[in-house]
Design a protein around this ligand. Structure first.
Ligand code: CP3
Length: 353
C-alpha cells in the first residue's frame, strides 16, 4: 500500500458485512440457511465416509470441507460454519446422536438436579475442533466472502434437550417452563452462558458475524416469548457486544409473527432473519425501517424452480432493495432441491436489479 492511501479494514469490502451495517447495495448479498447439506452430491459423498454426523461436525478438516462446498459451486457472499446447534448440549455433557431418518436423539433432561449439572466450563474445551474449523475456513475463503458463525438460541436448544429430540407440541418443555419457570430458568441460564462462550470463541477464531437460530420461537404465547426468547437473547447480545462490539448478531426468531418488532426493539440484534410467513411489504415498512433484514424465500420454491421461483425472487428483491437487505431463504434448503435451481438463483441475484 502506498503512503497516503487510506487504509480500509478488510471487512469493509465484504458485501454481507456492508449490508448488515446498514448499507444499501445495488445487488443484495446472499447466502442460504443449510447451504451445506444433503442436496449437494459432494456433501452426500463426505457424509458416506463419516457415519457419525457429530464426528463430521467435530473433525475440522471435514467440517471445513463441508463449509466450503457451496461456496465453490455458487459463490455465495457468506459461508456458514458447518456445525449444528446441538453441539452445545453435547459440550454441556448431554448425550447427542443423529440417527438416519429419525433426526437428533438426546437423553431427555427433566430434573432440576440435571439442569444444575450443566456448566459452561467444558464448552470451549470440548468444542475446540469447531473453532479450529473456523480458523481453517478463514484462511482459504475468498477475501470478499464473509464467514458466519452460529448457535441455537436457548429456547430452541432447550426444547431439544428436554423433549429428547424434535417435537410436535413441545409438551414436556412447556410443562416445565410454565409450571416451574425458575427451575426451567436454570436450563436457560446455563444455555445463555454456554452460547456466549461458544459464539465468542467462534468470533475470536475469525467468524465475521454470528446468527442465533431460534427455530421454535413461534410456538410461545406473548408472556413466555418475552421471558424465554427475548430476555435470554438480549443477555447474549449484550454480552457479545461487550466482548466483540464490531461483530453483527443476526437474530432468527422463526415464526415470531406479531412479536418480531418487540424482538428487534428489546433484544438489540443487529439484523433480523425473516421466516417465509412474514409478508415482505409489511416487513419492509415495520421491520426494515429498524434493522437490516434477511430472507425470506420459501425453500419449497427453490425446490420447485421455474417461473414460480423467478417470480418470488423478483417480488422479494423489489420489495427490500430500497433498504439494507441480505437475500436468504425463510428456512433451510430442502434435501430434495436440485443443484441447478440453486445455480439459477445465484444468477438471478447477481443480475439484480
Ligand atoms: O449449512 C448450514 O446451514 C450450516 C450447518 C447447519 C446444520 N444445522 C447442519 C445439519 C446449521 C446452521 C444447522 C442448524 C440447526 N440444526 C437448526 C436450526 C435451523 C433449523 O433448521 O431450524 C436446528 C433446529 C438443528 C437441529 C438438527 N440438526 C435437526 C433437527 C437435524 C435433523 C433433521 C435433518 O435435517 O436431518 C439436524 C441434522 C443436520 N444438521 C444435518 C445438517 C447438514 C443433516 C444431517 C445429515 O447429513 O444426515
Amino acid at each position: 500500500m502506498e503512503v497516503g492511501e487510506t487504509s480500509i479494514p478488510s471487512t469493509a469490502s465484504k458485501p454481507l458485512l456492508r449490508a448488515l451495517a446498514g448499507e444499501i447495495l445495488p445487488a443484495p448479498p446472499f447466502w442460504l440457511m443449510r447451504q451445506a447439506g444433503r442436496y449437494l452430491p459432494e456433501y452426500r459423498e463426505l457424509r458416506r465416509k463419516t457415519p457419525s454426523f457429530l464426528d463430521l461436525c467435530l473433525t475440522p478438516e471435514l467440517a471445513a470441507e463441508a463449509t466450503l462446498q457451496p461456496i465453490r459451486r455458487f459463490g455465495m457472499d457468506a459461508a456458514i460454519l458447518f456445525s449444528d446447534i446441538l453441539v452445545v448440549p453435547y459440550a454441556l455433557g448431554r448425550t447427542v446422536a443423529f440417527r438416519e431418518g429419525e433426526g437428533p436423539v438426546l437423553e431427555p433432561l427433566r430434573t432440576l438436579a440435571e439442569a444444575e449439572e450443566l456448566t459452561r466450563d467444558g464448552v470451549a474445551e470440548r468444542l475446540r475442533p469447531v473453532y479450529e474449523t473456523v480458523r481453517r475456513v478463514v484462511t482459504v475463503l475468498p477475501q470478499e466472502t464473509a464467514l458466519i458463525g452460529f448457535a441455537g438460541a436457548p429456547w430452541t436448544v432447550a426444547t431439544y434437550m428436554i423433549e429428547g429430540g424434535s417435537s410436535r407440541d413441545f409438551a414436556a418443555t412447556k410443562y416445565w417452563a410454565f409450571s416451574d419457570p425458575d427451575g426451567f430458568g436454570v436450563v436457560i441460564d446455563r444455555l445463555v452462558e454456554a452460547t456466549v462462550a461458544h459464539l465468542s470463541e467462534q468470533i475470536d477464531a475469525g467468524a465475521d458475524a454470528v446468527q442465533l437460530f431460534d427455530s421454535w420461537a413461534g410456538v410461545l404465547d406473548e408472556a413466555s416469548f418475552r421471558r424465554f426468547v427475548i430476555a435470554p437473547t438480549r443477555r447474549i447480545v449484550a454480552d457479545l457486544r461487550k466482548r466483540h462490539p464490531a461483530t453483527p448478531v443476526i437474530g432468527f426468531p422463526r415464526g415470531a409473527g406479531l412479536m418480531y418488532r418487540a424482538y428487534v426493539h428489546e433484544t438489540g440484534v443487529s439484523a433480523l432473519g425473516l421466516d417465509t410467513s412474514v409478508p415482505p411489504e409489511i416487513a419492509r415498512k415495520t421491520l426494515q425501517s429498524l434493522v437490516p433484514v434477511q430472507g425470506n424465500l420459501d425453500p419449497a420454491l427453490l425446490m420447485c424452480g421455474g417461473a414460480a421461483l423467478e417470480d418470488a425472487v423478483a417480488t422479494i428483491v423489489a420489495c427490500f432493495r430500497g433498504g439494507p437487505f441480505v437475500f436468504n431463504l425463510g428456512h433451510g434448503v430442502l434435501p430434495e432441491t436440485p443443484v441447478a435451481h440453486v445455480s439459477h438463483l445465484a444468477e438471478l441475484l447477481r443480475r439484480a436489479p
